[in-house]
Write a protein that binds this ligand. Structure first.
Ligand code: NAD
Ligand code: UFG
Length: 342
């Protein structure tokens, strides 16, 4: 299968490129490097020994995307490109709505013009909102999101679903797979690629990694007064290579089916913030320093997946646990303390 990954130089896209190539598929990547570096793709080529067609382009630019898609004619597009920082989306909502929604609309328009039909989308568990009780199942109603980033995912899901429904009456029937990721963490086993956030990390695992490598003094744990066994929030942390392999299964499903299907990509196992600190301390061989701070606005107490549907329909399930997650995150961070920017 020929695949095209928008945002393929980013964290999840670069790991997915490896999994796709290992499964025998071809990969082309489009990225504007807003939050990434072409170095990630160079390293994917080093790991896989395969050449990747790499295009520097904005996925919202219709002329460029039409040209690239006409040349590549992918069997499946996997749309990772997007802005993803929750806090930044509150400060810059218009930029988030513009970038995230425009990229999806542009791709749908180009696909229609070119007769391309298969699409996999990076959605998020954030669409379950605050009112559903975990484990989240795909049949639960989507909830109200707590920030513009979450709403862009919510809206893009709806746009894609509507487009697939309308296409049922057309010659080129769309196949859309919406993947709701839980908390992607860890790195490729080689330690050559991993998560490389700009500035101060917003997310737990990159923050812990930077404390462990002594780039930051300590982690602030956002609240220990939640109604959980140790008082800290619980999440479903999924190894990024498990997530990547989930995309291979999803893309293979997309090319063989029509209509819209939604899958959670999670492990089904919740871990607390302090569980992750402990597991990382074991992996790196010294205690990760932390202090308890106030709750962070917008955090939900608990979020984890019911991952049965992906197992039953896609034949995929996460295989790696938190020890592998912390081992691989540490391997990446300790060998690349400043990320790709050596
Ligand atoms: P990332 O920032 O590392 O990757 C996104 C990539 O898209 C970057 O390389 C960026 O340069 C590129 N990009 C952004 N706008 C673009 C545009 N208009 N044209 C071309 N390229 C563009 O983020 P990631 O963690 O790899 O996330 C990938 C996708 O998964 C995103 O859509 C994100 O919202 C979604 N997601 C991520 C998480 C997570 O915790 N990492 C959770 C749920 C969903
Ligand atoms: N946390 C800390 N200290 C930190 C950072 C995080 O204690 O410095 C805690 C948070 O309070 C939360 C947990 O660690 O309890 C995980 O936080 P992350 O920021 O790593 O992840 P979130 O679950 O908040 O958010 C993630 C993605 C979002 C996505 C959301 C729901 O980053 O893009 O999951 O899918 F929207």
């Amino acid at each position: 299968m020929r695949t095209l990954l928008t945002g393929g130089a980013g964290y999840i896209g670069s790991h997915t490129a490896i999994a796709m190539i290992e499964a025998g598929h071809e990969v082309a990547v489009v990225d504007n490097y807003y939050n990434s570096s072409p170095e990630a793709i160079r390293r994917v080529e080093q790991i896989t020994g395969k050449k990747i067609a790499l295009y520097e382009a904005d996925s919202a630019d219709k002329d460029r995307m039409r040209e690239i898609l006409a040349k590549e004619r992918p069997d499946c597009i996997i749309h990772f490109a997007g802005l993803k920082a929750v806090g930044e989306s509150v400060a810059k909502p218009v930029e988030y709505y513009r970038n995230n929604i425009d990229t999806t609309l542009t791709l749908l328009e180009c696909m229609k013009e070119l007769g391309l039909t298969n699409f996999v989308f990076s959605s998020s568990a954030t669409v379950y909102g605050e009112d559903n009780i975990p484990p989240f199942t795909e049949t639960m109603p989507k909830g109200a999101c707590t920030n513009p980033y979450g709403w862009t995912k919510w809206m893009q899901e709806q746009i894609l679903r509507d487009a697939a429904f309308a296409s049922e009456k057309e010659d080129s029937k769309l196949s859309v797979v919406l993947l709701r990721y839980f908390n992607p963490v860890g790195a490729h086993e080689s330690g050559l690629i991993g998560e490389d956030p700009q500035g101060i990390p917003n997310n737990l695992m990159p923050y812990i990694s930077q404390v462990a490598v002594r780039r930051r003094d300590h982690l602030t744990v956002f609240g220990d007064d939640y109604d959980t066994p140790d008082g800290t929030c619980r999440r479903d942390y999924i190894h990024v290579m498990d997530l990547a392999e989930g995309h291979v299964a999803a893309a293979e499903y997309a090319v063989n089916n029509k209509g819209t299907e939604v899958f959670n990509l999670g492990t089904g196992n919740p871990y607390s913030v302090l569980d992750m600190v402990k597991a990382f301390s074991n992996a790196c061989g010294h205690p990760v320093k932390y202090e308890i701070g106030p709750r962070r606005a917008g955090d939900v107490q608990d979020s984890w997946a019911n991952a049965d549907k992906a197992k039953e329909v896609l034949g995929w399930e996460a295989k790696r646990g938190i020890d592998e997650i912390c081992r691989d995150a540490w391997n990446w961070q300790s060998h690349n303390p400043n990320g790709y920017d050596k």
